[in-house]
Design a protein around this ligand. Structure first.
Ligand code: WTA
Length: 646
C-alpha cells in the first residue's frame, strides 16, 4: 500500500474579484434569475445535477425534446436521451446569416484575414458536400492533419455536419504518430495542406502525410488545402486539391440529424505509457459542458475578442477555439505561428493590435515569457485585456504572479482551469465571483463534484491524495475507441464507482483544490510522498529561475534523492553558489526533507508538444536507462542535454 501524499507549500495570497466584475458577470445574472444568493449556495444547489444541467441547457443549446437529462449506467453516461441533436446546429447553422466575425486569423508571416459566421457557414457546407461526394457516411471517420488555419475548424465542422467522426492529429506530430492514429481510427478520408509556417520556416505536411499513408489501406482520398503554394508530390488516384474539388461545391448542405449521444469526434491522448487512447466525445453533452464553462468561467460577452492560444490539435483547442466560442457566437483570434517569432513580443503585439479582451494560455508559455523578461510585454498596450486564463499544468504561484502583474496589469483575474481530454470541459476552475489563490484552480464548477481520495479510497478533506470525480458530467468521455476494458481499468477500477483522474491534488481548509501533477510524478523521499510540482514551484519562486523539473533517483537510505534541472532567467550567472542557494531555498520554502541533492543547469527541458514537462524521460536519461520513443516530444534534443547536464 502506498503512503498518502504530503503537502508542504503554503500559499497565503488572496485576490478577490472587483465588484464590477462580479455584478456584470454572466454567472451572477443566472444566479439572480434563479434566486441563488451566493457562490456557496450556487455550488450546493447545482449538486442536483439533473436539475442543474437541464436548466442551463435551455439558454445554451437547442436540444429540443428529450426523455431524460441523464442516463447513468456506470461507467457510461448518456445525456439528453432520445433527443436528436447535432452540435453544428448551434455552432454554425444558427449564425448562418450573421456578419459578425467568427475568426480573426493572423498567419505567422503577418497577413490578417477575417472570416464572418456567414462565410464560415458557406465554407463548411462546401467541404461537407465534398465529403459526401467522396462517399463519407454518418459514423465514418475522417482524419484531419492541419495547422492553425481557419480550414481546420471548417474541416471539423464539415465532418460534424454530415454526422461523420473527425479525428484531428496535431500538425506538430510526426508522420509515424499520424499513421498510427489513422490506422487505429480507420479513416476513410484525410484532410491536410501542402505546408505551413512555423518559426520562420515551413513544415512540409503533405510530405509527412504521404509518408504516413504509404502503408495505410483504409484512406481512400486526401483533400489538400494550399497554404504556402510550395511544391508537393501528387498521387492522381488519391489526392484532391481543396481549391478544385471543394471550391466548386454548393454553399448549402443539410445538417445530419444525429442522435444527441452519437459520437462527434475521437481525440488521441498519449499518456506517459502505452499506445495512445482514442478518447470518444459525443454531440449534446459535450456541447453543453463546453458552452456553459466558457460562458461562465471566461464570462464572454457580445463584444469580447477571445484568444485561446492553444493548438486545435489538443482538447483545449477543440473545445475552446472551435466548438464553444462558435456556440456562444463570439469573435476569436487565431494565430498560426510560434509565440516568439520573429521576436519575443509577438503575442503582446497581437493582443494590442486585435484588442484581445480575454487570453487563455498555458503555464509553459508563461514561463517561456518570464525567461525573456517583462520588458517585452511592457512595450505594448495590453489594456484591452480584462480576464486571463491558464490550463495544462499546475501554474507555479510565481509564474501566476508574473502573469497577473505584467500581462494583466494587476486588474485581470486569472482563471486557472483544471481539466483533461477526457473531461471535455473545465471541471475545477474559478468563476468571476471566486476569490483566487495563486496556484489553485479553486473549486469544482457548479454541476461538478470532485474529491481527494487516499490510497484506501477514503475521502481526505484537508490534505493530499488522488483526485477523483464523484458524479458524471455532460462533457465526459464516452469511452476509448475499441478498448472498453482499458476504459474501465484506466478510470474506474482504482476506486469503486468514481472517476480517477490520475492526478494528485490536495484540498485546503477552504475547500480549494491544489493540483500537484500526475500521480506517476510523485517522489518518495525518506518515507514521504511529495508531488514533483511542489518542489518545482519552490524553485520557480526563486528570482533567478524560469523553469524547473525535478526527478527522484534511487537512494539507499531515503528511497529517493532529488535532482533538480533548472533553467535560469536571461543574464543570470551559473555557478556553484547559485546551486547551493537554490537547494537552501527549497529547504526553506518546503522543508529540509525535500532539499535537492543536486541542482543541474540546462537550457531546455524535454516537453510534450503540448508543453508538459516529460519527467519520465528526464528520469530515464538521468539514470542511464532506455529513454524509449521520443517522437511525441517537441524538443528531443533537450534529452541529450539532460545526459550532459552539470
Ligand atoms: C494537467 C488539458 C494543473 C493534469 C486540458 C491533467 C493541469 C492533464 C491543469 C490533462 C491545471 C491540466 N492545473 N494541472 N489547471 N490543467 N492539467 O488531456 O495533469 O492535455 O490530468 O488536457 O493536464 O491534460 P490534457
Amino acid at each position: 500500500m502506498k503512503k498518502d501524499v504530503e503537502v508542504y507549500l503554503k500559499e497565503k495570497r488572496i485576490f478577490s474579484p472587483s465588484k464590477e466584475l462580479v455584478e456584470n458577470s454572466n454567472v451572477k445574472k443566472w444566479m439572480d434569475k434563479q434566486n441563488i444568493k451566493d457562490y456557496d449556495a450556487l455550488l450546493k444547489k447545482s449538486q442536483d445535477i439533473e436539475w442543474f444541467w437541464g436548466e442551463v441547457a435551455k439558454d445554451l443549446i437547442s436540444i429540443g425534446d428529450y426523455e431524460k437529462v441523464l442516463d447513468w449506467k456506470l461507467p457510461y453516461a448518456k445525456w439528453f436521451t432520445g433527443a436528436k441533436y447535432n452540435i453544428v446546429q448551434d455552432a454554425l447553422d444558427r449564425h448562418k446569416d450573421s456578419d459578425k466575425i467568427a475568426y480573426i486569423f493572423e498567419g505567422e508571416p503577418g497577413e490578417v484575414e477575417n472570416t464572418t459566421y456567414k462565410q464560415l457557414y458557406g465554407e463548411v457546407c462546401k467541404l461537407a458536400n465534398a465529403l459526401k461526394e467522396l462517399g463519407v457516411k454518418k459514423g465514418e471517420r475522417v482524419g484531419i492533419y492541419l495547422p492553425m488555419i481557419v480550414q481546420l475548424p471548417v474541416a471539423m465542422l464539415a465532418c460534424a455536419k454530415i454526422g461523420a467522426i473527425h479525428s484531428v492529429v496535431f500538425s506538430g506530430f510526426s508522420a509515424k504518430a499520424f499513421q498510427d492514429r489513422m490506422i487505429d481510427c480507420e479513416a476513410k478520408v484525410v484532410i491536410t495542406c501542402d505546408s505551413f509556417y512555423r518559426n520562420g520556416k515551413t513544415v512540409p505536411l503533405k510530405k509527412q502525410t504521404d509518408e504516413a499513408l504509404e502503408k495505410v489501406d483504409c484512406v481512400e482520398k486526401v483533400i489538400v488545402y494550399q497554404r504556402t503554394k510550395e511544391e508537393v508530390s501528387w498521387n492522381k488516384n488519391k489526392d484532391l486539391w481543396w481549391h478544385d474539388f471543394v471550391e466548386k461545391q454548393e454553399m448549402e448542405c443539410e445538417t445530419e440529424k444525429t442522435d444527441a449521444n452519437d459520437t462527434l469526434f475521437f481525440l488521441y491522448t498519449s499518456g506517459t505509457t502505452g499506445k495512445p487512447k482514442g478518447i470518444i466525445h459525443a454531440h449534446a453533452g459535450y456541447a453543453l459542458g463546453i458552452s456553459l464553462t466558457l460562458k461562465w468561467v471566461f464570462d464572454l460577452k457580445e463584444n469580447d475578442v477571445w484568444w485561446c492560444a492553444a493548438d486545435i490539435g489538443w482538447i483545449t483547442g477543440h473545445s475552446y477555439i472551435v466548438y464553444a466560442p462558435l456556440i456562444l457566437g463570439v469573435t476569436s483570434l487565431m494565430y498560426e505561428g510560434a509565440p516568439v517569432c520573429p521576436q519575443p513580443d509577438r503575442w503582446w503585439e497581437l493582443i494590442a493590435k486585435h484588442k484581445v479582451s480575454v487570453l487563455y494560455t498555458s503555464p509553459t508559455a508563461i514561463r517561456l515569457f518570464t525567461r525573456y523578461g517583462e520588458e517585452y510585454p511592457q512595450k505594448h498596450d495590453l489594456s484591452s485585456l480584462r480576464l486571463l486564463g491558464s490550463v495544462g499544468e499546475p501554474i507555479n504561484p510565481e509564474a501566476w504572479m508574473w502573469y497577473y502583474k505584467y500581462i494583466g496589469n494587476e486588474k485581470c483575474q486569472i482563471m486557472d482551469t483544471w481539466w483533461q481530454t477526457e473531461t471535455g470541459s473545465h471541471v475545477i476552475a474559478p468563476l468571476p465571483i471566486t476569490d483566487l489563490k495563486p496556484g489553485s484552480a479553486t473549486k469544482p464548477l457548479p454541476g461538478f463534484s470532485a474529491a481527494i481520495f487516499n490510497e484506501k479510497g477514503k475521502e481526505v478533506e484537508n490534505g493530499g491524495g488522488n483526485l477523483v470525480l464523484l458524479k458524471p458530467w455532460p462533457g465526459m468521455l464516452r469511452g476509448i475507441y475499441k478498448e472498453p476494458e482499458r476504459y474501465q481499468k484506466t478510470y474506474w477500477d482504482q476506486f469503486k464507482n468514481v472517476y480517477s483522474a490520475g492526478d494528485i491534488a490536495r484540498q485546503d481548509k477552504d475547500g480549494y483544490f491544489w493540483i500537484q501533477g500526475r500521480s506517476d510524478d510523485v517522489l518518495s523521499v525518506a518515507g514521504h510522498r511529495v508531488g514533483n510540482s511542489e518542489i518545482e514551484s519552490a524553485l520557480v519562486s526563486h528570482p533567478s529561475v524560469a523553469e524547473a523539473a525535478v526527478i527522484g533517483k534511487p537512494h539507499p537510505i531515503k528511497g529517493e534523492s532529488i535532482t533538480a534541472y533548472v533553467i535560469v532567467k536571461k543574464g543570470i550567472k551559473l555557478n556553484d553558489a547559485l546551486k547551493e542557494e537554490l537547494r537552501n531555498h527549497v529547504a526553506e520554502e518546503i522543508g529540509k526533507i525535500v532539499k535537492p541533492q543536486e541542482v543541474l543547469f540546462v537550457s531546455d527541458l524535454p516537453k510534450t508538444r503540448s508543453g508538459k514537462i516529460m519527467r519520465r524521460i528526464i528520469k530515464a536519461k538521468a539514470l542511464g536507462e532506455e529513454v524509449g520513443d521520443l517522437s511525441t516530444l517537441a524538443n528531443p534534443e533537450a534529452v541529450e542535454e539532460i545526459g550532459n547536464a552539470k
